[in-house]
Ligand binder design. Structure first.
Ligand code: MCA
Ligand code: AMP
Length: 496
């Protein structure tokens, strides 16, 4: 069907349950029918969307997949919006992607209605779809652009990472093969669906395999523990913060409940951690509690998953393992030479069909991100007894908090809009639960005052909640080197 394997494969599982949400169940067949209706409604008589960007805001579940598949089937490029984005963040994404239509659900329509009016964008509500059965859908060449995901980095505004259908299919196939996905799998989906961890690793791998997804609007730890105790899942994927929270929550249970939950985790065939470094201590505590050896892997929005501990074989705490099927990985020294020996650090570079097409409308940034066709990740790793271990990032301006990648520069640019702040520097500080939390050192305007509470209230309107500084230090001046450049390691010392 239409050259899109993910959707064509669903026909083979038409009567199987694709999605469970509370008591409701939806089959692959229903997904196929409803996404075709959405495609025809979006097309509104046109023969092909020809890679128009269609933004969408939908909770995890039937509507999300309907919209994603529907836009793809109509020839559009999906731009999933974050459910926790503030209005300025939504506006930025709509403007940068050049979206000309927003698809959403009745319950979320008010979040985007005004923006659509201001920007003269078409607003399509899923519940208002017209059934125009019989209208044929375009055949989609898998080389075409499919998705734009916004990622924060070393620039002050997020960049749109463009992937094609081929990229997405390669990312899925690699994981399905490596982690042995199959139709009898069942997985909870509680991660946000504007990042690939939730979109590709959980949702799309499950759908590709004919497995069942149990979708949750957010990470609700009590429900997840109840369902785990009921042995509802065979596969589980989460960020390290979630494993830290689960360890705490399980230890707070009474003995009977604890035994049921532990036996639910122990019964799963695979538990994966990624998106940020999993502390070896958490890895070992999890094994001691459940008997499960977490499989840690490494990836990035631009490349999908690149490295993984093995499905069968040693899963080493603190390590991200070896290249996944179809992914070429090399380490490069500062002087641009491949690092082939053990114990010598180098930047991770990645090549292969899963690697993204471009940063949207940023040709120069895209060109700078590659060296001889290899994508330069900015992550530093070292090879130890055959496995790679991540040592950190080249840029101090990238913060990972709760699994979200945050740009210190983006947060600084927002703080500088505050009338009380003259200068500021944002850093990530180590945190046992979140990996890192955001901290801001600020120099105030003459006579101005600012508290953590004031800063949070200011940021609430402008930044997603996970980007808001949790620590504030008012300083007379920022630490600088002889060249006058702010020294972030010294800023970090203010908080450690
Ligand atoms: C929330 N809080 C925080 C943070 N976030 N405090 C410090 N730092 C933070 N980052 C506070 C809130 O203000 C609130 O405080 C309380 O914690 C609960 O907030 P809530 O958001 O409800 O927390 P949660 O539901 O427990 O969320 C934790 C979470 C979430 C589920 C771990 O952060 C999450 O979904 N993270 C996953 C992100 C992800 O999927 N990343 C993948 C990117 P108060 O109670 O005072 O109000 S893709 C990627 O990284 C690559 C490609 C890869 O390799 O996967
Ligand atoms: P993203 O913006 O979501 O694409 O974040 C990708 C980044 O997450 C990578 O460049 C790494 O810095 C980090 N990351 C992902 N997985 C791991 C891991 N297992 N260990 C350490 N860092 C990781």
């Amino acid at each position: 069907m239409q050259g899109l394997q993910l959707i064509a494969r669903a026909q083979a599982f038409a009567s199987s349950v694709a999605l469970r949400s509370g008591d409701a169940e939806r089959t692959f067949g229903e997904l196929l029918d409803r996404s075709a209706t959405l495609a025809r409604t979006t097309l509104a008589g046109a023969d092909d969307l020809h890679e128009s960007r269609i933004a969408f805001l939908a909770p995890a579940g039937f509507d999300y997949i309907t919209v994603q598949w529907g836009i793809w089937r109509a020839g559009g490029v999906v731009v999933p919006l974050s459910l926790s984005a503030t209005e300025p963040e939504l506006e930025y994404t709509l403007a940068d992607s050049g979206a000309d239509c927003v698809v959403t659900t009745l319950s979320l329509a008010d979040r985007v209605r005004t923006l659509c009016e201001q920007r003269s964008l078409r607003l399509l509500v899923v519940e208002d779809m017209n059934d125009t059965a019989g209208v044929s859908l375009p055949v989609i060449d898998p080389q075409r652009r499919a998705m734009i995901l916004y990622t924060s980095g070393t620039t002050s505004t997020p960049k749109g990472v463009v992937t094609s259908h081929v990229n997405i299919e390669s990312q899925i196939k690699s994981l399905v093969e490596a982690w042995k996905w199959h139709a009898s799998d069942s997985i909870p989906l509680f991660l946000p669906l504007h990042h690939i961890h939730g979109i590709i690793n959980v949702m799309s791998c499950a759908l590709w395999s004919g497995a069942t997804i149990e979708a949750f609007p957010r990470f609700d730890i009590e429900t997840i523990l109840d369902r785990t105790a009921a042995k509802a899942y065979s596969v589980f994927m989460a960020v390290p913060t979630i494993y830290v929270k689960l360890l705490q929550a399980v230890s707070d249970l009474n003995q009977d409940a604890r035994e049921d939950v532990i036996s639910g985790f122990a019964a799963m065939r695979l538990m994966v951690s990624g998106s940020a470094a999993l502390p070896a201590s958490v890895h070992c505590e999890w094994t001691a509690l459940t008997g499960q050896k977490l499989l840690e892997r490494y990836g990035m929005t631009e490349i999908g998953m690149a490295l993984s501990n093995p499905y069968t074989g040693e899963r080493r705490p603190g390590s991200v393992g070896v290249p996944l099927p179809g992914v070429n990985v090399r380490l490069m020294s500062d002087s641009g030479e491949p690092v082939d020996v053990e114990d010598e650090p180098g930047e991770i570079e990645v090549r292969g069909p899963a690697v993204f097409v471009e940063y949207w409308n940023r040709a120069e940034v895209t060109a700078d991100a590659f060296a001889d066709g290899w994508f330069r990740t900015g992550d530093i790793a070292v090879r130890e007894n055959g496995y790679l271990r991540i040592m950190g990032r080249q840029s101090v301006d990238i913060i990972k908090s709760g699994g979200f990648k945050l740009s210190a520069l983006e947060i600084e640019s927002i703080l500088l809009l505050h009338p009380a702040i003259r200068e500021c520097a944002v850093v990530g500080v180590p945190d046992d639960t979140w990996g890192e939390t955001v901290a801001a050192a600020a120099v105030l305007q003459e006579g101005a005052e600012l508290s953590n509470g004031d800063l949070k209230a200011w940021c609430d309107m402008r930044l997603s909640h996970y980007k808001i500084p949790r620590h504030l230090s008012i300083v007379d001046g920022l630490p600088r080197n002889a060249m006058g450049k702010v020294t972030k390691p010294d800023v970090r010392k203010l908080f450690c």
